[in-house]
Design a protein around this ligand. Structure first.
Ligand SMILES: [Zn+2]
Length: 442
């Protein structure tokens, strides 16, 4: 996924957290190593070795809610289920939720996520990311106004921004540079104008990413217009929120003018096709985003609205939706894989470090077996098609982030999946009981 689109057969050499050499350059380096040098080898014959997948939009705090918020529309889904469930989190349930999501993600080749948390327990997210070895941009959700929010969830802007800065002080650059902290105002309907101003100013001063939701559902669009008198994008532009540090999830209902605003500001968008379809929100036009020159990635969104955290499923949906919208000029499969790799990295401003396999870049790698009945007989000959329309996440055989193996042929190196699933079940049931007792769950 480098700029030249190189595909080659050969070895890839990792040293510490970086890619040291690829192809013919590997053997001479190995030949010069002292005899007692410690070298670990992975046999990747018959596989595709590619940059680890990047999920541009996810809520790990919602993994425990998988299956608890079905058949809903975005605003009802938030008000009747998700916010009450988020408010019922304790530190223990948050850790179980984050771990469950990461367990699924690393087994599916994901090495980097852009996470929006809930309003509390973001330190638990940070600690779990540190333990499990996954690269991430993350931050607490900022919410200081709005309807249908459970008591205690809204926090004054000053308090939540102080909290974000304290989290940033603790985790920004942690894990050998793996972690980054973002400003994450939830969406227009839960943030005051003053909060958007503060977010824009802090982002400018500190270079922090602004991660939010934009133009996701038709009902939301109508409420946004009622609340602020215009669509989300002109509102963001007017208040200085759009910039090259802006990452907006969904963007289903952006018109041409709004896409122009996004492009002029060099803002980024994240396609969430599975979530958009499951919540009935609509179909985002990624080809139109690309035509405007908008940087774009892909994400699963949370497990409460997808319900898979599976890059292959998202790529397949993205390709299918694009084909239906642009029957005669569909995006090539490489462009779809790019959303989850190099373009996804560009959307998060991380392409200088990740998103392609090149010497000097971080060793964030996914290895996908394409010698399977699903991908045979020509999987290895047409890798992009195999990845988008053939393989699924069970075909990932190795996941490495920053040079650390996180998953190797069914063996999780930083998590015990049986324990993770059992904890999630126990914590999920207790959380549901707390939410019911609070009387906010509908
Ligand atoms: Zn979301």
């Amino acid at each position: 996924m480098d700029a030249a689109g190189t595909i080659q057969q050969g070895d890839l050499l990792v040293c510490d957290d970086r890619i040291l050499a690829i192809g013919a350059a590997v053997a001479p380096i190995l030949a010069k190593l002292p005899l007692d040098a410690r070298v670990t080898r992975f046999d990747a014959k018959g596989t595709l070795v590619l940059p680890g997948f990047i999920h541009g939009h996810i809520h790990l705090c919602q993994t425990l809610f998988r299956g608890l918020a079905e058949q809903s529309d975005l605003l009802l889904w938030l008000r009747e289920r998700i916010w009450p469930l988020e408010m019922a989190h304790t530190e223990a349930s948050m850790a179980a939720s984050v771990r469950l999501g990461l367990c699924e993600l690393v087994a599916g080749g994901v090495t980097c996520i852009n996470d929006m948390g809930t309003v509390r327990h973001t330190d638990v997210v940070g600690d779990t990311l540190l333990d499990t070895g996954v690269r991430a941009v993350f931050g607490p959700a900022l919410m200081d106004s709005g309807e249908g929010v459970p008591p205690g969830m809204l926090r004054p802007a000053a308090v939540s921004l102080d909290d974000t800065l304290a989290i940033a002080k603790r985790y920004h650059g942690a894990g050998g540079g793996r972690l980054q902290v973002s400003l994450a105002p939830r969406f227009i309907l839960s943030c005051s104008e003053a909060l958007w101003h503060d977010v824009a100013a802090l982002s400018r001063e500190r270079g922090m990413l602004v991660h939010t939701h934009v133009a996701e559902a038709p009902t939301e669009g109508a409420e946004v217009k009622g609340a602020v008198g215009c669509h989300a994008t002109p509102y963001f532009e007017k208040h200085g929120v759009l910039s090259e540090r802006f990452v907006g999830a969904h963007g289903v209902w952006l018109d041409e003018e709004e896409m122009g605003m996004m492009a002029r500001a060099n803002a980024a968008l994240v396609h969430c096709p599975g979530s958009n379809m499951k919540l009935g929100s609509g179909w985002a036009d990624v080809a139109a985003w690309k035509r405007h020159g908008i940087r774009c990635g892909i994400g699963s969104d949370g497990a409460a609205c997808n319900n898979r955290l599976d890059t292959f499923a998202e790529m397949g949906l993205a390709a299918g939706i694009n084909r239906v919208m642009h029957r005669d000029s569909p995006l090539p499969p490489r462009d779809i894989v790019a959303l989850a790799t190099c373009d996804g990295a560009r959307a998060l401003g991380l392409f200088d470090r990740i998103g392609s396999l090149e010497p000097g870049k971080q060793a964030d790698i996914a290895v996908v077996d394409v010698a399977t009945p699903r991908c045979a007989p020509f999987g290895a000959d047409d890798p992009y098609t195999a990845l988008v329309n053939g393989a699924n996440s069970s075909d990932v055989v190795l996941t490495m982030a920053a040079g650390q193996v996180l998953y190797d042929w069914g063996d999780w190196k930083t998590m015990d999946p049986l324990k993770v699933v059992a904890d999630a079940r126990r914590q999920g049931l207790e959380l549901l009981e707390r939410a019911r007792a609070a009387g906010t769950l509908r």
